[in-house]
Design a protein around this ligand. Sequence first.
Ligand SMILES: Nc1nc2c(c(=O)[nH]1)N=C([C@H](O)[C@H](O)COP(=O)(O)OP(=O)(O)OP(=O)(O)O)CN2
Ligand code: ZN
Length: 148
Amino acid sequence: MGDDCKQHNEIERIGYITRVQSFSACHRLHSKSLSDEENKRIFGKCNHPNGHGHNYKVEVTVRGKIDRVTGMIMNLTDLKQHMEEAIMIPLDHKNLDKDVPYFADVVSTTENLAVYIWDSLAKLLPLNTLYEVKIHETDKNIVVYRGE
Ligand SMILES: Nc1nc2c(c(=O)[nH]1)N=C([C@H](O)[C@H](O)COP(=O)(O)OP(=O)(O)OP(=O)(O)O)CN2
Ligand SMILES: [Zn+2]
């Protein structure tokens, strides 16, 4: 084994991998803890009873050791499967407030959506590997949650 190769194998390398997934959903910003007037004042047009839709883009980042044998932090095909289960099946083409029980009493802001996705993914991924959930609600509105 050459010196370069030996050194490559001896150092523990930590890396980050990210997979992106898009889904469409509708929602309304409305809190059951607030009066109708307060809801209108705080959430404005996003409190309209008809709701509105977004094409959300979610970036999920996993942190971990680059395995010396496989060269992978984790297989992206496995991450894809976990994102399908935690994001696409429960959220895609859904009314977040009516179809997702979690949002029955939790306001469907992008912050809370990021927490929901984090908690769902953390149950599926190896312990302490989930690093970041980033959601683009629109091209201009972006939320990051790191489990804190
Ligand atoms: N802190 C948060 N504020 C707001 C959220 C949120 O999730 N967290 N969400 C909304 C609305 O749901 C909606 O996303 C706002 O959309 P909109 O204002 O149309 O989005 P843009 O800013 O991208 O639209 P432009 O009008 O093109 O600027 C509101 N607040
Ligand atoms: Zn919205």
